[in-house]
Write a protein that binds this ligand. Sequence first.
Ligand code: GDP
Length: 311
Amino acid sequence: MDKSAKVYVAGHRGLVGSAIVRKLQSEGYQNLITRTSGELDLTDSAATAQFFDSEKPEYVFLAAAKVGGILANSLQGADFICENILIQSNVITNSHRTDVKKLLFLGSSCIYPRMAPQPIREDCLLDGKLEETNKPYAVAKIAGITMCQAYNQQYGTRYISVMPTNLYGPNDNFDLNSSHVLPALIRKMHDARIMYKPEVSVWGTGTPKREFLHVDDLAAACLFLMQNYEDSEIINIGTGDDISIKDLAEMVKEVIGYQGRLVFDASKPDGTPRKLLDVSKINSIGWKATIDLQTGIEQTYKWFLQTHYRK
Ligand code: GDP
Protein backbone atom coordinates (compact mmCIF):
# COMPACT_ATOMS: atom_id res chain seq x y z
CA MET A 1 0.00 0.00 0.00
CA ASP A 2 1.92 3.06 -1.17
CA LYS A 3 1.27 6.57 0.09
CA SER A 4 -0.76 7.58 -2.96
CA ALA A 5 -3.02 4.49 -2.84
CA LYS A 6 -6.75 5.13 -2.75
CA VAL A 7 -7.82 3.98 0.70
CA TYR A 8 -11.45 3.83 1.85
CA VAL A 9 -11.99 3.93 5.61
CA ALA A 10 -15.59 2.83 6.22
CA GLY A 11 -16.89 4.21 9.51
CA HIS A 12 -14.41 7.09 9.74
CA ARG A 13 -16.35 8.99 12.38
CA GLY A 14 -16.40 6.13 14.85
CA LEU A 15 -13.87 5.25 17.53
CA VAL A 16 -11.89 2.87 15.31
CA GLY A 17 -12.34 4.49 11.90
CA SER A 18 -11.34 7.94 13.14
CA ALA A 19 -8.17 6.53 14.71
CA ILE A 20 -7.29 4.73 11.46
CA VAL A 21 -7.76 7.99 9.53
CA ARG A 22 -5.51 9.87 12.01
CA LYS A 23 -2.86 7.19 11.69
CA LEU A 24 -2.98 7.08 7.87
CA GLN A 25 -2.81 10.88 7.68
CA SER A 26 0.12 11.04 10.08
CA GLU A 27 1.94 8.45 7.94
CA GLY A 28 1.42 10.57 4.80
CA TYR A 29 -1.41 8.73 3.03
CA GLN A 30 -3.00 11.43 0.91
CA ASN A 31 -5.71 9.67 -1.00
CA LEU A 32 -8.24 8.75 1.68
CA ILE A 33 -11.92 8.28 0.88
CA THR A 34 -14.53 8.69 3.59
CA ARG A 35 -18.31 9.04 3.69
CA THR A 36 -20.52 9.84 6.65
CA SER A 37 -23.50 7.55 7.19
CA GLY A 38 -25.69 10.45 6.00
CA GLU A 39 -23.79 10.56 2.70
CA LEU A 40 -23.65 6.81 2.21
CA ASP A 41 -25.86 4.31 3.99
CA LEU A 42 -23.82 1.09 3.93
CA THR A 43 -26.92 -0.99 4.72
CA ASP A 44 -28.22 0.11 1.28
CA SER A 45 -26.78 -2.28 -1.28
CA ALA A 46 -27.55 -0.14 -4.35
CA ALA A 47 -25.99 2.98 -2.81
CA THR A 48 -22.93 0.99 -1.71
CA ALA A 49 -22.52 -0.51 -5.19
CA GLN A 50 -22.74 2.93 -6.77
CA PHE A 51 -20.13 4.30 -4.36
CA PHE A 52 -17.64 1.50 -5.15
CA ASP A 53 -18.24 1.93 -8.91
CA SER A 54 -17.56 5.64 -8.83
CA GLU A 55 -14.70 5.73 -6.29
CA LYS A 56 -12.93 2.42 -7.02
CA PRO A 57 -10.96 2.22 -3.77
CA GLU A 58 -7.80 0.08 -3.82
CA TYR A 59 -7.71 -0.69 -0.09
CA VAL A 60 -10.56 -0.89 2.40
CA PHE A 61 -10.55 -0.67 6.20
CA LEU A 62 -14.01 -1.97 7.17
CA ALA A 63 -14.55 -0.22 10.51
CA ALA A 64 -18.22 0.63 9.97
CA ALA A 65 -20.43 -1.33 12.34
CA LYS A 66 -23.22 -0.99 14.85
CA VAL A 67 -21.47 -1.37 18.19
CA GLY A 68 -22.44 -0.86 21.80
CA GLY A 69 -21.96 -1.89 25.40
CA ILE A 70 -23.54 -4.69 27.34
CA LEU A 71 -26.94 -2.99 27.82
CA ALA A 72 -27.43 -1.85 24.21
CA ASN A 73 -26.40 -5.30 22.98
CA SER A 74 -28.85 -7.10 25.21
CA LEU A 75 -31.76 -4.76 24.36
CA GLN A 76 -31.32 -4.30 20.58
CA GLY A 77 -30.14 -7.69 19.37
CA ALA A 78 -32.18 -7.53 16.16
CA ASP A 79 -30.58 -4.25 15.10
CA PHE A 80 -27.09 -5.48 15.98
CA ILE A 81 -27.29 -8.64 13.87
CA CYS A 82 -29.18 -7.12 10.97
CA GLU A 83 -27.26 -3.86 10.48
CA ASN A 84 -23.87 -5.50 10.82
CA ILE A 85 -24.66 -8.27 8.38
CA LEU A 86 -25.95 -5.76 5.83
CA ILE A 87 -22.98 -3.37 6.18
CA GLN A 88 -20.29 -6.02 5.95
CA SER A 89 -21.99 -7.96 3.13
CA ASN A 90 -22.41 -4.82 1.05
CA VAL A 91 -18.81 -3.70 1.57
CA ILE A 92 -17.26 -7.15 1.04
CA THR A 93 -19.28 -8.09 -2.05
CA ASN A 94 -18.63 -4.73 -3.66
CA SER A 95 -14.94 -4.85 -2.78
CA HIS A 96 -14.77 -8.13 -4.63
CA ARG A 97 -16.84 -6.90 -7.57
CA THR A 98 -14.64 -3.81 -8.06
CA ASP A 99 -11.30 -5.61 -7.47
CA VAL A 100 -10.21 -4.02 -4.20
CA LYS A 101 -6.59 -5.13 -3.62
CA LYS A 102 -6.87 -5.73 0.11
CA LEU A 103 -9.50 -5.36 2.80
CA LEU A 104 -9.19 -5.37 6.58
CA PHE A 105 -12.26 -6.46 8.55
CA LEU A 106 -12.72 -5.61 12.21
CA GLY A 107 -13.84 -8.53 14.37
CA SER A 108 -13.88 -8.29 18.17
CA SER A 109 -12.68 -10.18 21.22
CA CYS A 110 -16.29 -10.42 22.46
CA ILE A 111 -17.17 -12.90 19.72
CA TYR A 112 -14.99 -15.66 21.15
CA PRO A 113 -16.81 -18.35 23.17
CA ARG A 114 -17.87 -17.19 26.62
CA MET A 115 -15.77 -19.78 28.42
CA ALA A 116 -12.76 -19.70 26.11
CA PRO A 117 -9.51 -20.62 27.91
CA GLN A 118 -7.57 -17.47 28.87
CA PRO A 119 -5.60 -15.86 27.36
CA ILE A 120 -7.76 -16.45 24.28
CA ARG A 121 -5.98 -17.87 21.26
CA GLU A 122 -7.16 -17.26 17.74
CA ASP A 123 -8.06 -20.93 17.21
CA CYS A 124 -10.78 -20.72 19.91
CA LEU A 125 -13.20 -18.99 17.57
CA LEU A 126 -16.33 -21.15 17.10
CA ASP A 127 -15.09 -23.62 19.70
CA GLY A 128 -17.86 -23.12 22.26
CA LYS A 129 -21.07 -21.33 23.25
CA LEU A 130 -21.22 -17.55 22.86
CA GLU A 131 -21.89 -14.98 25.58
CA GLU A 132 -25.69 -14.48 25.59
CA THR A 133 -25.61 -10.69 26.13
CA ASN A 134 -24.04 -10.01 22.72
CA LYS A 135 -24.79 -13.14 20.72
CA PRO A 136 -26.52 -11.36 17.78
CA TYR A 137 -23.52 -9.03 17.36
CA ALA A 138 -21.10 -11.95 17.64
CA VAL A 139 -22.92 -14.06 15.05
CA ALA A 140 -22.86 -11.11 12.62
CA LYS A 141 -19.13 -10.57 13.13
CA ILE A 142 -18.37 -14.28 12.80
CA ALA A 143 -20.30 -14.21 9.52
CA GLY A 144 -18.09 -11.31 8.36
CA ILE A 145 -14.89 -13.17 9.20
CA THR A 146 -16.14 -16.35 7.53
CA MET A 147 -17.16 -14.34 4.50
CA CYS A 148 -13.64 -12.88 4.17
CA GLN A 149 -12.13 -16.36 4.47
CA ALA A 150 -14.56 -17.86 1.96
CA TYR A 151 -13.87 -15.10 -0.57
CA ASN A 152 -10.13 -15.65 -0.16
CA GLN A 153 -10.57 -19.36 -0.72
CA GLN A 154 -13.01 -19.18 -3.61
CA TYR A 155 -11.78 -16.07 -5.40
CA GLY A 156 -8.19 -15.59 -4.23
CA THR A 157 -8.90 -12.22 -2.60
CA ARG A 158 -6.77 -10.76 0.21
CA TYR A 159 -9.25 -10.01 2.99
CA ILE A 160 -7.82 -10.12 6.51
CA SER A 161 -9.74 -10.11 9.79
CA VAL A 162 -8.42 -8.69 13.04
CA MET A 163 -9.69 -9.28 16.57
CA PRO A 164 -9.25 -6.22 18.77
CA THR A 165 -9.78 -6.46 22.49
CA ASN A 166 -11.92 -3.86 24.37
CA LEU A 167 -11.07 -0.45 22.95
CA TYR A 168 -11.20 3.09 24.29
CA GLY A 169 -9.97 6.55 23.35
CA PRO A 170 -11.01 9.74 21.52
CA ASN A 171 -14.40 9.63 19.72
CA ASP A 172 -15.66 6.91 22.03
CA ASN A 173 -19.35 6.86 22.90
CA PHE A 174 -19.96 8.48 26.30
CA ASP A 175 -23.74 7.91 26.37
CA LEU A 176 -24.48 5.87 29.47
CA ASN A 177 -27.21 3.76 27.86
CA SER A 178 -25.08 2.48 25.02
CA SER A 179 -21.44 2.98 26.00
CA HIS A 180 -18.81 0.49 27.07
CA VAL A 181 -17.48 0.48 30.61
CA LEU A 182 -14.48 2.82 30.34
CA PRO A 183 -16.22 5.85 28.81
CA ALA A 184 -19.19 5.17 31.12
CA LEU A 185 -16.97 5.32 34.20
CA ILE A 186 -15.30 8.52 32.96
CA ARG A 187 -18.66 10.20 32.38
CA LYS A 188 -20.21 9.00 35.65
CA MET A 189 -17.27 9.99 37.83
CA HIS A 190 -16.76 13.32 36.12
CA ASP A 191 -20.45 14.20 36.52
CA ALA A 192 -20.42 13.01 40.14
CA ARG A 193 -17.33 15.09 40.88
CA ILE A 194 -18.73 18.33 39.50
CA MET A 195 -22.14 17.72 41.08
CA TYR A 196 -20.70 16.64 44.44
CA LYS A 197 -22.48 13.27 44.36
CA PRO A 198 -21.41 11.04 47.26
CA GLU A 199 -21.43 7.81 45.26
CA VAL A 200 -21.17 6.36 41.78
CA SER A 201 -22.81 3.14 40.65
CA VAL A 202 -20.59 0.60 38.91
CA TRP A 203 -22.53 -2.14 37.13
CA GLY A 204 -22.14 -5.77 38.08
CA THR A 205 -19.96 -7.20 40.82
CA GLY A 206 -16.69 -5.55 39.76
CA THR A 207 -15.01 -8.95 39.50
CA PRO A 208 -15.08 -9.47 35.71
CA LYS A 209 -11.75 -8.80 34.07
CA ARG A 210 -11.20 -6.99 30.80
CA GLU A 211 -8.24 -5.99 28.66
CA PHE A 212 -8.21 -2.40 27.35
CA LEU A 213 -6.39 -1.21 24.24
CA HIS A 214 -6.05 2.44 23.28
CA VAL A 215 -7.57 2.95 19.84
CA ASP A 216 -4.40 4.69 18.56
CA ASP A 217 -2.54 1.44 19.28
CA LEU A 218 -5.24 -0.45 17.39
CA ALA A 219 -4.94 1.89 14.40
CA ALA A 220 -1.17 1.40 14.34
CA ALA A 221 -1.70 -2.37 14.44
CA CYS A 222 -4.26 -2.25 11.61
CA LEU A 223 -1.87 -0.34 9.36
CA PHE A 224 0.95 -2.70 10.31
CA LEU A 225 -1.22 -5.72 9.42
CA MET A 226 -2.46 -4.18 6.19
CA GLN A 227 1.20 -3.94 5.19
CA ASN A 228 2.57 -7.14 6.70
CA TYR A 229 -0.16 -9.77 7.15
CA GLU A 230 -1.61 -11.91 4.37
CA ASP A 231 -3.20 -14.86 6.16
CA SER A 232 -6.91 -15.71 6.13
CA GLU A 233 -6.67 -16.71 9.79
CA ILE A 234 -7.83 -14.09 12.29
CA ILE A 235 -5.23 -12.27 14.38
CA ASN A 236 -5.66 -10.86 17.91
CA ILE A 237 -4.77 -7.26 18.78
CA GLY A 238 -4.40 -6.45 22.46
CA THR A 239 -2.01 -5.47 25.21
CA GLY A 240 -1.66 -8.89 26.82
CA ASP A 241 -2.75 -7.50 30.24
CA ASP A 242 -6.15 -7.36 31.90
CA ILE A 243 -7.65 -5.63 34.93
CA SER A 244 -10.77 -6.20 37.07
CA ILE A 245 -13.67 -3.75 36.62
CA LYS A 246 -13.19 -2.80 40.28
CA ASP A 247 -9.53 -1.88 39.78
CA LEU A 248 -10.39 -0.09 36.56
CA ALA A 249 -13.02 1.96 38.41
CA GLU A 250 -10.41 2.86 41.07
CA MET A 251 -7.97 3.94 38.36
CA VAL A 252 -10.57 6.14 36.63
CA LYS A 253 -11.53 7.57 40.02
CA GLU A 254 -7.93 8.58 40.66
CA VAL A 255 -7.42 10.13 37.21
CA ILE A 256 -10.60 12.19 37.59
CA GLY A 257 -9.95 13.10 41.21
CA TYR A 258 -13.36 11.90 42.36
CA GLN A 259 -13.55 11.57 46.14
CA GLY A 260 -16.85 9.69 46.60
CA ARG A 261 -17.67 6.01 47.02
CA LEU A 262 -18.02 3.31 44.37
CA VAL A 263 -21.16 1.18 44.77
CA PHE A 264 -21.40 -2.08 42.85
CA ASP A 265 -24.86 -2.78 41.40
CA ALA A 266 -25.12 -6.55 41.13
CA SER A 267 -28.56 -6.27 39.52
CA LYS A 268 -26.74 -5.26 36.31
CA PRO A 269 -25.09 -7.99 34.21
CA ASP A 270 -21.42 -8.89 34.58
CA GLY A 271 -21.17 -10.34 31.09
CA THR A 272 -18.36 -12.72 30.34
CA PRO A 273 -16.14 -13.35 33.42
CA ARG A 274 -12.81 -12.70 31.71
CA LYS A 275 -11.63 -11.61 28.31
CA LEU A 276 -7.90 -11.49 27.73
CA LEU A 277 -6.38 -12.09 24.33
CA ASP A 278 -3.31 -14.15 23.59
CA VAL A 279 -1.26 -11.66 21.57
CA SER A 280 1.76 -13.86 20.91
CA LYS A 281 0.95 -14.13 17.20
CA ILE A 282 0.97 -10.38 16.48
CA ASN A 283 3.94 -9.85 18.84
CA SER A 284 5.89 -12.52 16.98
CA ILE A 285 5.46 -10.77 13.65
CA GLY A 286 6.73 -7.51 15.11
CA TRP A 287 3.94 -5.43 16.66
CA LYS A 288 3.35 -4.52 20.33
CA ALA A 289 0.98 -2.09 22.09
CA THR A 290 2.70 1.02 23.44
CA ILE A 291 0.12 3.09 25.37
CA ASP A 292 -0.25 2.07 29.02
CA LEU A 293 -3.73 2.16 30.56
CA GLN A 294 -3.16 4.99 33.05
CA THR A 295 -1.73 7.29 30.33
CA GLY A 296 -4.52 6.30 27.94
CA ILE A 297 -7.24 7.09 30.49
CA GLU A 298 -5.64 10.48 31.26
CA GLN A 299 -5.51 11.33 27.56
CA THR A 300 -9.09 10.15 26.95
CA TYR A 301 -10.36 12.16 29.93
CA LYS A 302 -8.65 15.25 28.51
CA TRP A 303 -10.34 14.63 25.16
CA PHE A 304 -13.70 14.15 26.89
CA LEU A 305 -13.34 17.49 28.73
CA GLN A 306 -12.34 19.32 25.56
CA THR A 307 -15.15 17.96 23.43
CA HIS A 308 -18.01 17.69 25.91
CA TYR A 309 -17.38 20.70 28.14
CA ARG A 310 -15.77 23.30 25.86
CA LYS A 311 -17.80 26.49 25.99
P1 GDP B 1 -18.42 -6.20 27.57
O1 GDP B 1 -16.92 -6.17 27.66
O2 GDP B 1 -18.94 -6.67 26.26
O3 GDP B 1 -19.03 -6.96 28.73
O4 GDP B 1 -18.99 -4.70 27.63
P2 GDP B 1 -18.95 -3.47 28.65
O5 GDP B 1 -17.74 -2.64 28.42
O6 GDP B 1 -20.27 -2.78 28.46
O7 GDP B 1 -18.91 -4.05 30.12
C1 GDP B 1 -17.77 -4.58 30.71
C2 GDP B 1 -18.00 -4.82 32.19
O8 GDP B 1 -18.06 -3.56 32.85
C3 GDP B 1 -19.30 -5.55 32.54
O9 GDP B 1 -19.01 -6.44 33.61
C4 GDP B 1 -20.20 -4.43 33.03
O10 GDP B 1 -21.22 -4.85 33.91
C5 GDP B 1 -19.18 -3.54 33.74
N1 GDP B 1 -19.61 -2.15 33.98
C6 GDP B 1 -19.51 -1.50 35.15
N2 GDP B 1 -20.06 -0.28 35.08
C7 GDP B 1 -20.48 -0.13 33.79
C8 GDP B 1 -21.13 0.94 33.10
O11 GDP B 1 -21.44 2.00 33.65
N3 GDP B 1 -21.38 0.74 31.77
C9 GDP B 1 -21.05 -0.42 31.14
N4 GDP B 1 -21.30 -0.54 29.82
N5 GDP B 1 -20.46 -1.46 31.78
C10 GDP B 1 -20.19 -1.32 33.09
